[in-house]
Every structure is written in C-alpha cells, then in structure tokens.
Design a protein around this ligand. Structure first.
Ligand SMILES: C[C@H](O)CC(=O)C(=O)O
Ligand code: MN
Length: 335
C-alpha cells in the first residue's frame, strides 16, 4: 500500500450542510488547522462546485475567488483543490480558480456521463493541474459499467478517478467490489468519496483503503451533505489503529472538530431520519436541505419525498424535481 492521500471536503461538501454560508474567517480557521495537521489536499468551492451559485443550488455568502484566495493565503503545505461539474462550472471558472491558486481540480460527472468531462479534464491537464475524475452516484451503476466510465476519464488524462458514493448508499461488499475493479483496470490512481447516511462512512472508506485506494476523502466531524462525509478524525484514528500511515496528525483534527466545526453547524450533521432515507432510497445527499424545505412548505413527509426521488432515479442537477415531487404527493394526499 503506497502513501494514502487525504482529500478534505469540509470546506466544499460542508457547504451543503450550511446552505453555502461559511464566513471567510471560518474557512480560514478550518483550513489552517487542516494544513497544520498535515492534510494533503483541501477542497474549497460552492457545494455544487465552481459557479454553483444560483437559484437552483443556493447562493453562497462569498464568491469563490474570495474563498479560494483567503484559504490559499494560509496554506503552508497542503494542496488547494476545487470541484467542477461540467454544465455548472466552465473552463473560465477553472481559470478563475487557477488565478486564485488551486493545484488540484476534481471534475465531477454523473457516473454514466464521463464523456462530458473530456474537455474539462484535457483543459486541466493542459494547464498543469493535478486532475481528478469524480464519478458521482456510483451505486447506480453496475461495476463493469463503472469501470468503462472510469477508463474514459483516465483516457482523457485524469491522474486519479474516484468511486463517489454521493448517496451514501453503497454497502460494504459493493464498495469493495467497485474500488477493487477500478484498481485492477486503471493505471492511474483511484479515490473514494462517500456519505455517512447508512452509518458506513468510515467502514467503507477503510475498505477502500484495504483495496488500495490512493486517495481517501473525509470531512471534519463529517461536515458534508446528508449525514455528512466520512468523518476525517474518526478515519485517521482507525487508520492509526490499523497501522496504515495517513500522514495526518490526529489531535489537531479532534480539536478542529470539537472547537471549530461542530459549533458552526446550523443543523446537526448526523444520521437522523431524513439522512438515513437518503442512503436507504439512494438519493443524492445534497438534496437533504432542499427536501426539508419542500417538506415544510407543502406539509409533506420528507421521507416520502426522498423515497419517490429514489424511485425516479433523480440525480444531481434535478433539484427542481424536489418541489414537483412534493406537490404530486400533496395532490395524491388530497385525493
Ligand atoms: C456536487 C456533489 O455534492 C459532489 C459530491 O460531493 C458528491 O456527489 O458526493
Ligand atoms: Mn459528497
């Protein structure tokens, strides 16, 4: 097993949990602690990636240029990353992020749509970035098909391709199978990102490590969409116990979780009933707050909305369907 690279998502996936409202001071204090702890990559973007600022996804408190620049200034050794979803973010947004000082770009597509990442991955490589492909909602695709999609990203020039369990729906054997298959089929690195909706955030990430995943994602105190991401401080504690070197110090992460991240949560990031339903029904974790808002607005049980979204196999970008589904359920209830 080579040196694992930890990619922290507190300041990007964590944006979902805060409806994209981090202050610059909060970002800077989390980033400095992560950097001092030895975290290798720190991701900063709107929760839905560069240029996510919109009615559909929610407006952030500051511009991405402001967030990225503020964090860049305090990093001493960590690489700065941004996430970009083709169709939301453009190559101009990538250039803005390069100007702000990113080293790594992660290009995310739905797991069946790797082909839309070609232009962005190629552009990132031309610009000299550490370039990552991120195959979202990986639970929706048979492993053999996921491998084909991953190979496409590799062929465009990705240095690493991720199995991304956006819904926190993967079971442990499924995680093992998918990560193993990508490791067997690809020459480039393989990464793993997940959500803790079924309480498997750490277990599945450890399985990914056992299967040789090169990059592992986590967030402090899980700070991410749904029940959050794999909680990074717990992951590091478990890896330490297993004798797997992460290069990251445990105590500063514990302090960051206790003193900085948990106190700023406006809604606890936890495996509560809505979050469990995300994993159970296989729904994109960032739909959580949108669904709870629709549930309140129309008086419809958020669990029913999530089950229906799962049945319809809704994917990222279809946030507008949450209101449609809530209204349909309401109509049915009225009889
Ligand atoms: C845009 C999404 O929040 C990306 C991600 O973290 C996931 O799919 O999970
Ligand atoms: Mn995520």
């Amino acid at each position: 097993m080579g040196q694992i690279i930890i990619n922290d998502c507190t300041l990007r996936d964590g944006m979902h949990a805060l409806a994209h409202q981090y202050t610059l001071e909060q970002m800077v204090s989390v980033a400095s602690m992560l950097d001092a702890a030895g975290v290798q990559i720190i991701e900063v973007s709107h929760g839905d990636g560069l240029n996510g600022n919109s009615v559909n996804y929610g407006f952030s408190r500051h511009t991405e240029m402001e967030y990225l620049r503020a964090v860049r200034e305090v990093l001493k050794s960590a690489r700065l990353a941004a996430l970009l979803l083709p169709g939301i973010g453009t190559i101009e947004d990538m250039d803005m992020a390069i100007e702000a000082g990113i080293d790594t770009i992660r290009i995310a597509t739905h797991c069946t749509e790797a082909d839309v990442s070609k232009q962005h991955i190629e552009a990132a490589r031309e610009r000299g970035l550490d370039t990552v492909g991120f195959l979202m909602m990986a639970h929706m695709l048979e492993t053999s098909e996921l491998v084909k999609q991953a190979k496409l990203m590799e062929s465009y020039g990705a240095h690493c391709v991720y199995v991304t369990d956006s819904a926190g729906a993967l079971l442990m054997d499924e995680t093992r199978e998918k990560v193993r298959a990508l490791k067997d089929a690809l020459q480039c690195q393989v990464g793993f990102h997940n959500h803790h909706n079924l309480g498997l955030g750490v277990a599945n990430t450890v399985i990914a490590a056992e299967e040789g995943a090169d990059r592992l994602d986590g967030s402090i105190a899980g700070m991410g969409a749904g029940a959050g991401n794999c909680p990074l401080e717990v992951l590091v504690a478990v890896l330490n116990r297993m004798g797997i070197e992460s290069g990251v110090e445990l105590y500063p992460l514990l302090e960051c979780a206790e003193n900085v991240v948990r106190p700023l949560m406006t809604r606890p990031v936890q495996t509560d009933s809505s979050a469990i339903m995300l994993g159970y029904a296989g729904v994109y974790s960032s739909f959580l707050l949108h669904t709870e808002r629709a549930s309140k607005r129309f008086g419809v049980d958020s669990r029913d909305i999530l089950v229906e979204l799962g049945k319809r196999r809704m994917v990222g970008g279809q946030e507008d369907m949450i209101v449609d589904v809530a209204l349909e359920i309401l109509e049915k209830q009225k009889g």
